[in-house]
Design a protein around this ligand. Structure first.
Ligand code: HEC
Length: 256
């Protein structure tokens, strides 16, 4: 038995650990291999990684010479608009609503105020502004760069423009002789009230998010019974635990 153990020990010592001991860099740890002491190496100057060549900067940024540009980086077709509508309805309507009036379901339930797209300022905004807002966020709005690829962001931008035009379209905007049906009669023909597509108002819960329309106040913090000010459980916190246990019918007390 002793001999077997000795053999095992010797063979164990002989086991090489090349993979374990090989020279390598640990994340966030320095090194003396490189003169600057950094193990995470900066990108080599004048090189570009695959898929990082953003030669068409307008397509990727929405900016021209540091200013939001106007116009699309590719032609708008019906397919682009349909894709934009689909992506808009998925990602933007929860807050901006399907018509872009800023009264989406999340706002309905107390999210920060969302602007209406059909205001003179946003109607006049360059297309690059919308691309920029989706890519980088805007104030209380988070960015959607991770969820929506650049081409789809532009498709959404084109669709927002169509939404804006649709709200103010007149007979003069369509080829002569085209029959234009008022939206109220379309609603009625589908069995909906005539005012179905009219501007709607948010319920009183929207702005403040509370039933009495008062600003929401966080309840006072309940002290954690296990932690006294010194950070150690002591006699006073034990008293708190007992009181709570009693209040809940003693079941917790029995367990403690
Ligand atoms: C979670 C809610 C939410 C979603 C989803 C959302 N937004 Fe917004 N959006 C906001 C809020 C809030 C603001 C106002 C931000 C502010 O002014 O602080 C805003 C503002 C904007 C503005 C106006 C910027 C300006 O100049 O005033 C645009 C344009 C816009 N959003 C586009 C979009 C698009 C396009 C999408 C979908 C890709 C989207 N948003 C999705 C909440 C949202």
């Amino acid at each position: 038995m002793a001999a077997a153990t000795t053999i095992l020990l010797i063979s164990g010592l002989g086991c090489r650990q090349d993979m374990h001991d090989e020279p390598k860099f640990f994340p966030q740890r320095g090194t003396d291999f490189y003169a600057d002491g950094r193990s995470a190496r900066p990108q080599v100057a004048d090189t570009i990684a695959r898929n990082q060549l953003h030669a068409n900067t307008y397509f990727y940024s929405g900016f021209i010479d540091g200013k939001e540009g106007d116009g699309m980086p590719f032609p708008v077709t019906m397919k682009v608009l349909e894709r934009g509508q689909e992506r808009f309805n998925i990602y933007c309507t929860p807050c901006h609503s399907r018509v872009g009036n800023g009264m989406g379901m999340i706002v309905d339930r107390g999210y920060a105020h969302v602007p209406d797209y059909h205001t003179p300022r946003l109607e006049a905004a360059p297309l690059g502004h919308f691309f920029n807002v989706i890519s980088n966020g805007y104030g209380a709005m988070p960015d959607y760069a991770a969820q929506i690829a650049p081409a789809d962001r532009w498709a959404i931008v084109a669709y927002i423009k169509a939404l804006q035009l649709s709200q103010k379209a007149t007979q003069a905007d369509v080829p002569a002789g085209t029959h234009v049906e008022p939206i109220s009669s379309i609603a009625e023909s589908e069995g909906l009230p005539a005012n179905f597509a009219s501007q709607w108002v948010l319920p009183p819960t929207a702005a403040a998010g509370t039933p009495d329309n008062q600003p929401y106040v966080l309840p006072p913090t309940v002290p954690n019974p296990g932690i006294t000010p010194s950070g150690v459980a002591g006699a006073s916190s034990a008293a708190v635990v007992t009181k709570r246990a009693n209040a809940s019918g003693g079941t917790t007390a029995a367990k403690q």
